[in-house]
Design a binder for this molecule. Structure first.
Ligand code: GAL
Length: 430
């Protein structure tokens, strides 16, 4: 089912994994129906495939609490050109906010708070006891100053290497190379079969690959230093940029059909490409949309060089100051932070719940990928994602985007590094 702009969302049937998972672990202080009435405009770029399924699963759960409310998504399709956040930013600046919108925890949230565009959620946090239920490492990314401004609905992992067992078997390649050098060697093996070695989607997918390669080379401490502006001129960054150049040379970067991440994931899932570096929303697509069995139709591993490090991002919903339907939005936010909502949503989307109190019997209902991810999240070293809003504000991201676009034209790692050093100048830092 495709959601078109302003189409009503409530009343749709529950889908796939959501149906299986919903209803477990009832907890949280949410009012039983009939709940709020009237309308709720939410704004989310999850308008296709498994991402939309996740949103629908959450909305279906919400329908039980707010049967009289009509909800609709004011966002355009995530596959349209440009950043999905751009239209939202225009609306917020024009004083025409939706009632609630999707955003990322971390730097992206902080810059929305600064101009007074968001209402704080402190009362809701107190009522729900969320400060005890969300991980301590995540809480500061949900706050600005002493107040909370968004409710996390998931934890995604960015540094995942997806692969096609069929292609790798044919090429004699390894699903879990231990270093970027080893990955390059395996990509060359796939290249000899005539298939695509590394599938890369359009726009931000290149930056997503870049950030994982940087992390592999500089390590978690070096990664943290980069986002306080240190270390961009270091030899390790130079090495990462050479790796990045070599990886792109073994990719299908020039293929104009690679518009979104799903196009690249479809190549891996369809046995036409060996590997893809992508966040774990790819799992929702491989399993949910393509119907592939984990470890049979697709494989995964940490991006080489990042084993034991969980590069996370967290999708959240926020309440704009001046939301027209504030009570309905608060009810939606309570749903987003609830255990039932998070279980239904994440089962369909490929992510894991942000809440810590997932009962063992519910955990068993998640697939092998999510169980792996839950273990990695608990035991791993946690670092934030660049592309998905955690570590750097939009202005810095935009400068990196420009440097990257130039690099794709000139392919000179030295020039690229110089541009990244300039991009890290004080003007871009908060
Ligand atoms: C991210 C978002 C994920 C997923 C991904 C691809 O920014 O946080 O949930 O939607 O984009 O669309």
């Amino acid at each position: 089912m495709t959601i078109r702009r302003r189409e009503l969302l409530l009343g749709v049937p529950a889908v796939g994994a959501a149906t299986l998972l919903a209803g477990y672990g009832r907890a949280g202080a949410r009012a039983p129906g009939p709940g709020p009435t009237g309308q709720l405009e939410l704004y989310s770029w999850w308008t296709d495939g498994p991402e939309q399924n996740g949103l629908l699963a959450l909305l279906t759960e919400f329908k039980g609490r707010a049967p009289l409310l009509s909800c609709y998504n004011g966002a355009r399709s995530s596959r349209a050109a440009g950043r999905p956040q751009a239209e939202l930013e225009r609306r917020l600046a024009a004083g025409d906010p939706p009632d609630t919108f999707q955003c990322h925890a971390g730097a992206e949230l902080a810059e929305l708070v600064a101009p007074g565009r968001l209402a704080d959620l402190d009362q809701l946090y107190r009522r729900q006891g969320w400060a005890e239920q969300f991980p301590a490492a995540l809480l500061p990314q949900l706050r600005s100053g002493d107040s909370y401004y968004c409710v996390p609905v998931d934890i995604h992992r960015a540094n995942v290497l997806w692969s096609s067992p069929a292609v790798l078997e044919r090429a004699g390649a390894d699903p879990a190379p231990v270093s970027i050098a080893a990955l390059l060697e395996n990509l060359r093996r796939v290249a000899r079969t005539g298939l695509v070695p590394l599938a890369v989607g359009g726009s931000w997918c290149r930056k997503h690959l870049l950030e994982t390669v940087l992390l592999a080379e500089v390590g978690p401490e070096g990664w943290a230093a980069l986002w306080s502006g240190e270390g961009w001129g270091a030899p390790r960054v130079a090495a990462a940029l050479r790796d990045f150049r070599d990886l792109l040379a073994l990719s299908n970067l020039a293929d104009p059909a690679m518009l979104g991440w799903e196009d690249a994931t479809a190549l891996v899932g369809g046995g036409r490409a060996g590997y893809q570096v992508m966040g774990d929303w790819a799992e929702g697509f491989l399993r949910g949309t393509l119907g592939l069995r984990p470890r049979v139709g697709f494989e995964w591993a940490a991006v080489p060089g990042t084993a034991g490090v969980f590069q996370y991002l967290s999708d959240a919903f926020a309440l704009p100051a001046g939301a027209r339907h504030r009570e309905a939005a608060l009810a939606w936010l309570a749903e987003c932070g609830s255990l039932d909502g998070q279980v239904a949503f994440n089962g369909a989307k490929g992510a894991i719940p942000a809440r810590l109190d997932l009962p063992e019997q519910t955990r068993a209902l998640f697939g092998p990928y999510a169980r792996w991810s839950l273990d990695e999240w608990r035991g791993g070293r946690i670092v934030g994602s660049l592309t998905h809003g955690v570590v750097a504000p939009t202005a810095w991201n935009a400068r990196i985007d420009t440097a990257l676009a130039d690099f794709l034209a000139h392919r000179d790692p030295g020039r690229f590094q110089a541009a990244l050093v300039t991009a890290a100048g004080p003007a871009t830092r908060p």
